[in-house]
Ligand binder design. Structure first.
Ligand code: HEC
Ligand code: HEC
Length: 434
C-alpha cells in the first residue's frame, strides 16, 4: 500500500463522481470538497504523469496524500496552479487548470479539510476513488485510471487487489472488526492440496475476494491485520475455517443482502446480488461453495434452518415507527426535534415508506422527502435543525439536485427517522405536520 495512511476519510455526496468532479460541483458542494472525491481526480488527470512516486518532478509527489499535503503546506501547490510569479507554472506544457478546479483546490485548502480526518468510530460513507494503476500490479492494461468503490462491498478491477488502491480505514469504519478465531482448523495433509484443479479454483476465489473490501478483515497477509474467522492467505485450504453458516453465506444460500451492494455496472463488473462477496462470476462462486457444503454434508434442510446474516441488524432496520411524542417531529417553528440528542442523519419521509438501511444500496428508500447527512469529520447535530436548512458541516442527499425539499402539508402525517450513526436509530416516529 502506498502512503495512504492519512487519506481524508470524508463522506461523499455524489457516489458516481469518478473523474467528473465537475458533475458534482453543480450540486452546490461548498462543504463537501474532499480529497478522494474532488482533489485527487483533478490531480490524477492533470498532474500525475509527472508527479508520481515513480517519476517525481521538482521534488513534488502528488499521488500520495503526504506528498500533496507537503505541497499544500509549503504553498507551492497553490502558487504553481495559479501560475504566480516566482513559481513554475503548472501543469507544465499544458493549459492552466479551469477556474472551477482551481477554486475547488483552494477551497479544500482554505477550509482545512486537508488536515481534518474523520472522527473516530464514525461511519464513513462509501465513495468512488480513481487512481493510476499501481506499479506493483503486473497486469498489462491500457487503463489510465483504476476506479474503486471504497466500501466493504466495493471492488476494484478484476485481478487487482483492493488494498493496493484503497485504504481499509474507511471499510473499518463501516463494520466492527475483531480477531475472531476460525471455527475449524485447516488440515495440513488435506488431499485436495495435491489436486491442481481444485487449487487453481481456490486461487481464483482468493483473487476475487482480494478485489473487494472483504480483504481488509479476511486476509492477514496483505492487510497486516489478523483475519476474522477465515483468511484467504492461510496456509492450506482456508475454506475449512468458516462455520457451515459462513459457507452458506459465501455461496449465497443464506442471504447477506442486509449489508448492501453496488450494482455490477457500478462496481467493475462485480456483483453481490446473490452471493456473499462481490464476484465477476456468480455461478462459478456458487458452484465452488456448494461443493464445500456437500463435502460437509450440509443439507438444504440445515440451510433453511439458518438465520439470515445479521438478523439483529434486520430487527433494528425494520422496526416500525411509533407515534412521535409532543417533543418530537417538526414543530410550528419549522424545526425538527428528536429526543436523544446527537444525530448524523436526518430523514423526513412519507408515512408508510420503508426505513433506510445501510449504504450503498439500502439507505435511500422511496418516499424520502429530505435527507441530511453530517460529514464524517464534523460534529453531530443537535435537535432544532430547520427543515430544508443545510448547516455547516452537513450536506443534503435528498433532493439530490440540492433543490429545497417539498413543503409539508399541514395536518398530514410524516415519518421522522433520525440516526445517531448508521444502524443506530435515535428517533423513528410519525408526526403530524403543523
Ligand atoms: C509535463 C509534466 C508536468 C505536469 C503535467 C505537471 N508538472 Fe509540476 N512540475 C514539472 C516539473 C518538470 C517540475 C520541476 C521543474 C520546474 O519547477 O519547472 C514541476 C514542478 C512543480 C511544482 C514546484 C513548483 C515550484 O515553483 O517549486 C509544483 C508545486 C508542481 N509542479 C505542481 C504541479 C501540479 C499541481 C500539476 C497539475 C495541475 C503539475 N505540477 C503538472 C512537470 C509537470
Ligand atoms: C471490518 C472487518 C470486516 C470486513 C471488511 C468483512 N468482514 Fe466478514 N467478518 C468480520 C468479523 C469480525 C467476523 C466474525 C464475527 C461476525 O460474524 O460478525 C466476520 C465473519 C464473516 C463471515 C462468517 C464466517 C462464519 O464462519 O460464520 C462471513 C461469511 C464473512 N465475514 C464474509 C465477509 C464478506 C463476504 C466480506 C466482504 C463483502 C466481509 N466479510 C468483510 C469482519 C469483517
Amino acid at each position: 500500500m502506498k502512503g495512504k495512511k492519512n487519506i481524508l476519510k470524508l463522506s461523499a455526496l455524489c457516489f458516481m463522481a469518478l473523474l467528473a468532479a465537475a458533475g458534482c460541483s453543480d450540486q452546490g458542494l461548498t462543504s463537501t470538497v474532499t480529497y478522494n472525491m474532488t482533489i485527487k481526480p483533478i490531480l490524477t488527470v492533470n498532474c500525475f504523469p509527472c508527479h508520481q512516486s515513480a517519476s517525481v518532478s521538482g521534488g513534488v509527489t502528488l499521488d500520495t496524500y503526504e506528498g500533496v499535503k507537503e505541497a499544500v503546506e509549503n504553498t507551492k501547490l497553490v502558487n504553481a496552479i495559479n501560475q504566480n510569479a516566482g513559481y513554475s507554472p503548472m501543469p507544465q506544457a499544458a493549459d492552466k487548470l479551469s477556474q472551477t478546479d482551481i477554486d475547488k483546490i483552494q477551497e479544500w485548502i482554505r477550509n482545512g479539510s486537508y488536515e481534518t480526518p474523520a472522527i473516530p468510530d464514525v461511519f464513513i460513507q462509501p465513495y468512488k476513488s480513481c487512481q493510476a494503476p499501481a506499479s506493483t500490479d503486473n497486469l498489462s492494461s491500457d487503463d489510465n485510471l483504476v476506479c474503486t468503490n471504497v466500501a466493504i462491498s466495493g471492488s476494484t478491477e478484476e485481478g487487482r487487489s483492493f488494498i493496493d488502491y484503497e485504504t481499509c480505514d474507511v471499510v473499518l469504519s463501516q463494520r466492527p472488526y475483531w480477531k475472531k478465531a476460525p471455527y475449524n482448523d485447516v488440515n495440513p495433509s488435506d488431499p485436495r492440496l495435491n489436486d491442481k484443479e481444485f487449487m487453481a479454483e481456490l486461487e481464483w476465489i482468493n483473487s476475487q475476494v482480494r478485489a473487494s473490501g472483504c480483504i481488509c478483515c479476511h486476509d492477514t497477509k496483505s492487510s497486516g491485520r489478523q483475519a476474522a474467522v477465515w483468511d484467504v492467505s492461510a496456509q492450506g485450504i482456508w475454506t475449512d475455517m468458516p462455520s457451515d453458516q459462513g459457507i452458506a453465506i459465501l455461496s449465497g444460500k443464506v442471504s447477506s443482502a442486509i449489508l448492501g451492494k453496488f450494482t455490477a455496472e457500478d462496481n467493475n463488473g462485480f456483483s453481490r446480488d446473490s452471493i456473499g462477496f462481490p464476484t465477476t462470476d456468480v455461478a462459478r462462486v456458487q458452484a465452488f461453495f456448494n461443493k464445500e457444503l456437500e463435502r460437509r454434508s450440509v443439507t438444504d434442510e440445515d440451510i433453511a434452518a439458518m438465520p439470515v446474516f445479521g438478523s439483529f441488524l434486520v430487527d433494528i432496520i425494520e422496526k416500525p415507527p411509533v407515534s412521535c411524542t409532543s417533543s418530537e417531529g417538526i414543530k410550528a417553528d419549522g424545526k425538527i426535534y428528536w429526543q436523544r440528542s446527537e444525530a448524523r442523519y436526518i430523514y423526513v419521509k412519507e408515512e408508510g415508506s420503508e426505513n433506510p438501511g445501510v449504504p450503498p444500496s439500502n439507505d435511500n428508500p422511496e418516499g424520502v422527502l429530505w435527507r441530511l447527512d453530517v460529514l464524517a469529520n464534523k460534529k453531530a447535530l443537535m435537535p432544532g435543525v430547520e427543515y430544508g436548512d443545510i448547516p455547516e458541516g452537513t450536506y443534503q442527499v435528498t433532493p439530490s439536485d440540492s433543490s429545497t425539499p417539498p413543503e409539508l402539508e399541514s395536518g398530514k402525517k410524516y415519518h421522522l427517522y433520525v440516526l445517531k450513526d448508521i444502524l443506530q436509530p435515535a428517533c423513528n416516529c410519525i408526526f403530524t405536520a403543523p
